[in-house]
Design a protein around this ligand. Structure first.
Ligand code: XMP
Length: 515
């Protein structure tokens, strides 16, 4: 089955991944490509519609991102958003220039053309999110103005006959109250997509594709127990069953009881057929980490040791045909392979071919999905919700939540404190409200008094942040009573701790992890 595709052409704006997510929320599949993508490639993909995103530049300047005018002559509907709208007008003969004042924030937009297909079922006055300096002063020939604001003459315009639509504001941002309707009006109403891209069809389609690709081949998957690798493993198992082997390396830096939990769900006693191999490598990791305090060095040691352990297992299994990786769509975009994103995260090993395992090809079954879609696929596959809705946990595990050198004793302290913290957050019903939260060991020891005795013990730091994209984050406000309970339980129940601190730092200047 050929699926319907919407292409998001990325001009470098900050909300571009959001545009793609919103389109998918309309149950329409879409992919992000850089504005540098050749038009022949776009044509070959035969999209049902194209969305031009926002971007930080001025479209009339020579060096600014642009596109061939031919894009508007393909007979494929195009929706330009913000920079995309200005570029559309500019390229087609309208007038775009810098306005006296920047229009920024929630703005009331007045819809002039109530029967515009983009504004179908949208109120005559609707609150939208604006963020622009440049303004469309005159629309291109053939276009009519369909909405305005008190300071912006062209908030939206269209040439309905040609299937071209321009919107100055950002319908993808939730502050635009009826933005989802507008996007849905475009992809379903204008482009004629059926809106039948759903997780069950994703699972079904993927299983078919994987079977075709793998045939009788042997598949190896590194399973961490995190959301992405768990969903990838279960999906693979559904497709190729006993041809799959999953290796779970317990590096001794997991959360309390996590190794056993992962084994209970995915191991031989669990519900899945994964040929699950657990490698208890705790001692090896602690030995390698002994006396090392420098954070980057610790990360390197953990990463390298992980490879060694995995390699040894792979050798035992023998040559495999396919290696599975849990790469997801934001990893692809952030690695600069889709879209315009400049941020390259080193811990995203997209398409990187580990040379330490003897295999022919890599399979990345979740490569097209956003995180929330991976979770939906996980639910669809019957993976327990507590695993599917887990918070992110870094590959190097507690190694990046213990400041200074790592010892088995410190791991135990931070595991116990973290388990209490998570339990209390859960009891308070705050679990899904906080982006990421955990306890870290500060490595600072100080004097305290316990009963009649002087103590000289560690301080635990509690971290809790809210974040949209994990690139920036703000401290999450946890009710004082909850913090107080966590503090008192940690001091009473965790041996070796006599102080609990709450980390107020945002990112930047801090990072989310505490290392
Ligand atoms: P930082 O600490 O860089 O974290 O603000 C941002 C997000 O990334 C996670 N993180 C990692 N994830 N391997 C991972 O898989 C890593 O080495 C790693 N370091 C940080 C962190 O938990 C947060 O969600």
């Amino acid at each position: 089955m050929k699926r319907e595709l919407i292409i998001v052409l990325d001009f470098g704006g900050q909300y571009n991944q959001l545009v793609a997510r919103r389109v998918r929320e309309c149950n329409v599949y879409c992919e992000i490509y850089s504005y540098r993508t050749d038009i022949e490639k776009i044509k070959a993909m035969n999209p049902k519609g194209i969305i031009l995103t926002g971007g930080p530049n001025s479209c009339y300047e020579e060096e600014s991102p642009t596109y061939s005018k031919e894009l508007f002559e393909l007979g494929i509907p195009v929706l330009g958003l913000c920079y995309g709208a200005q570029l559309m007008m500019f390229l087609l003969g309208g007038n775009v220039a810098r306005a006296d004042v920047r229009e920024y924030g929630k703005t009331e937009v007045l819809v002039d053309k109530r029967d515009s297909r983009i504004f179908w079922d949208v109120s005559g006055k609707t609150v939208c999110w604006m963020s622009h300096f440049d303004t469309i002063f005159k629309v291109a020939p053939g276009f009519e103005i369909t909405a305005h604001t008190s300071s912006c003459p062209v908030a939206a315009a269209e040439n309905a006959e040609a299937g071209l639509y321009a919107i100055q504001f950002h319908p993808e941002v939730l502050h635009t109250e009826e933005g989802m309707k507008m996007l849905s009006n475009f992809v379903i109403g204008v482009c004629g997509c059926a809106g039948d891209w759903k997780m069950d069809s994703f699972v079904e389609e993927s299983v078919k594709q994987i079977r075709d690709k793998v045939g009788n081949g042997k598949v190896l998957c590194a399973l961490s127990g995190g959301v992405d690798s768990s969903v990838a493993a279960v999906l693979m198992s559904k497709a190729v069953g006993a041809q799959l082997t999953c290796v779970f390396v317990d590096h001794g830096l997991l959360r309390k009881n996590e190794g056993d939990e992962v084994e209970a769900v995915f191991g031989p006693e669990g519900d899945y057929d994964l040929n699950f191999i657990r490698v208890n490598a705790q001692r090896r990791f602690y030995e390698k980490l002994a006396g090392v305090s420098e954070p980057e060095k610790k990360r390197k040691i953990i990463g390298e040791e992980f490879i060694r352990v995995f390699e040894e297992q792979a050798k035992k299994i023998g040559a495999v045909d396919f290696l599975v990786q849990g790469t997801i769509y934001p990893d692809v975009v952030e690695s600069g392979l889709g879209g315009e994103s400049a941020v390259i995260k080193s811990h995203h090993n997209v398409g990187g071919l580990p040379d330490y395992v003897d295999f022919k090809e890599i399979i990345e079954p979740l490569r097209d999905l956003f995180k929330d879609e991976v979770r939906k696929a996980g639910v669809e596959l019957g993976i327990p919700e507590y695993l599917v809705y887990r918070q992110p946990f870094p590959g190097p595990g507690l190694g990046v939540r213990i400041v200074g050198d790592v010892t088995a004793e410190k791991v135990k302290i931070v595991q116990d404190a973290d388990a209490i913290y998570r339990e209390e957050i859960q009891k308070a019903g705050l679990e899904r409200e906080i982006g990421q939260y955990f306890a870290a060991l500060t490595n600072m020891q100080s004097v305290g008094v316990m009963g009649d005795e002087r103590t000289y013990d560690y301080a635990i730091a509690l971290r809790a942040v809210n974040t949209v994209d994990f690139m920036t984050a703000e401290m999450a406000e946890i009710p004082y009573a909850v913090l107080n309970r966590v503090m008192s339980r940690i001091i009473n129940e965790v041996k070796g701790v006599n102080r609990v601190l709450y980390d107020l730092t945002s990112k930047p200047p801090g990072t989310i992890e505490f290392e």
